[in-house]
Design a protein around this ligand. Structure first.
Ligand code: NAI
Length: 338
């Protein structure tokens, strides 16, 4: 039998002496925004994050100074809003989260944000390609269906594109789906594992209830619509003050944590994400959100969509049509605005 003290000191060593592999620099671009601030807060509370780097075109040093007083072990630094601040912020990053850009106002679709956010993401992607080409890059800025392809095109142009390390953050769709189902079924959302595939906007968001423990929900049109347009509830309730920020921060922090766990060797870490995917390439759809197994190199495995019923087949058809156009729009943007 191992004496209790030996077990304790072993645990203690593991807790306090992080190996080089366990060090994780996480960077947030857009850190002073509605998502950026609570996201940075959650990352500061995460013991797996050892260094937190914050950048924004305004206010990052202030957010960093505030968060840095929280008594967890990680270091926090906010960088000046200029090219060299951005480059130093990114250098050595393991994970970069990008929630920079404008959010929706009532009546706007995510695609309406394209004109403003496309160039913001393009420029930040250039900075990542130059300063941290090996980092895992997590795009939150909408429209994700187009901003992820924009980032991929920029990386390709810089000769550093690694499809295994580029992620569109769709975690919130799964978070919402499990919560909405739990409200209907009176269950605990942690027990509701709902697969959501496709993209991250309106009809491109496809919940697959036939694969859950409630296959009866595949005909619940109100629920399907709520999962697809759940973001609109928040935009409407905020009445011009923006879109989901707090739930999104939680979802983004969860995705970052999963990546770090997988990079530290944990097996079987699976998250949904919008990635460069083989699943529908034969139909001209280069990116697709599905369950993805994470590992030390980013994406370990893209899981298949699996069995779907006739209702979901129809939803998928509608999804693929829209998604293809959204992706092409992003690719065309970089071609004409390199
Ligand atoms: P916000 O306006 O509150 O914050 C955006 C921040 O980005 C601001 O602090 C702004 O100064 C900063 N910023 C703008 N240009 C920048 C640049 N070039 N470099 C660095 N920082 C820059 O907006 P919020 O609510 O935080 O939303 C951010 C984005 O996230 C929006 O595009 C929104 O649509 C998207 N979003 C995505 C979700 C998802 O599930 N993927 C869910 C909710 C929102």
């Amino acid at each position: 039998m191992i004496p209790a003290r030996a077990v304790f000191s072993g645990l203690q060593r593991r807790a306090f002496s992080a190996t080089a592999r366990d060090l994780s620099k996480v960077t947030v671009l857009g850190a002073a925004g509605g998502i950026g601030q609570p996201l940075s807060l959650l990352l500061k509370l995460n013991p797996r994050v050892t260094e937190l780097a914050l950048y924004d075109i305004r206010g990052a040093p202030g957010v960093a100074a505030d968060i840095s007083h929280i008594n967890t072990n990680s270091s926090v630094k906010g960088y000046e809003a200029n090219a060299s601040g951005l480059a130093s912020c990114l250098k050595g990053s393991d994970v970069v989260l990008i929630p920079a850009g404008v959010p929706r106002k009532p009546g706007m679709s995510r695609d309406d944000l394209f004109n403003t956010n496309a160039s913001i993401v393009r420029d930040l992607a250039k900075a990542c390609a130059e300063s941290c080409p090996d980092a895992n890059v997590l795009i939150i800025s909408n429209p994700v269906n187009s901003t992820v392809p924009i980032c991929a095109e920029v990386f390709k142009a810089h000769g550093v594109y690694n499809p295994k390390r580029l992620f569109g953050v769709t975690t919130l769709d799964v978070v919402r789906a499990s919560r909405f189902v739990s409200e209907i079924k009176g269950s605990d959302p942690k027990d509701e594992k709902i697969t959501v595939v496709g993209g991250h906007s309106g009809v491109t968001i496809v919940p697959l209830f036939s694969q859950s423990s409630h296959p009866d929900l595949t005909t619940n049109a109100d629920l399907i619509k709520r999962v697809q347009f759940g973001g609109d509830e928040v935009v409407k309730a905020k009445d011009g003050a923006g879109s989901a920020t707090l739930s999104m921060a939680m979802a983004g922090a969860r995705m970052a944590e999963s990546l770090i766990r997988a990079s530290q060797g944990e097996k079987g870490v699976i998250e949904p994400s919008f990635v460069d995917s083989p699943l529908y390439k034969d139909q001209g759809v280069e990116f697709f959100a599905s369950k993805v197994e994470l590992g030390p190199s980013g994406i370990e495995k893209i899981l298949p969509v699996g069995e779907v019923d006739a209702h979901e087949e129809k939803l998928l058809e509608a999804c693929l049509g829209d998604l293809k156009k959204n992706i092409e729009k992003g690719v065309a943007f970089v071609a004409s605005n390199p």
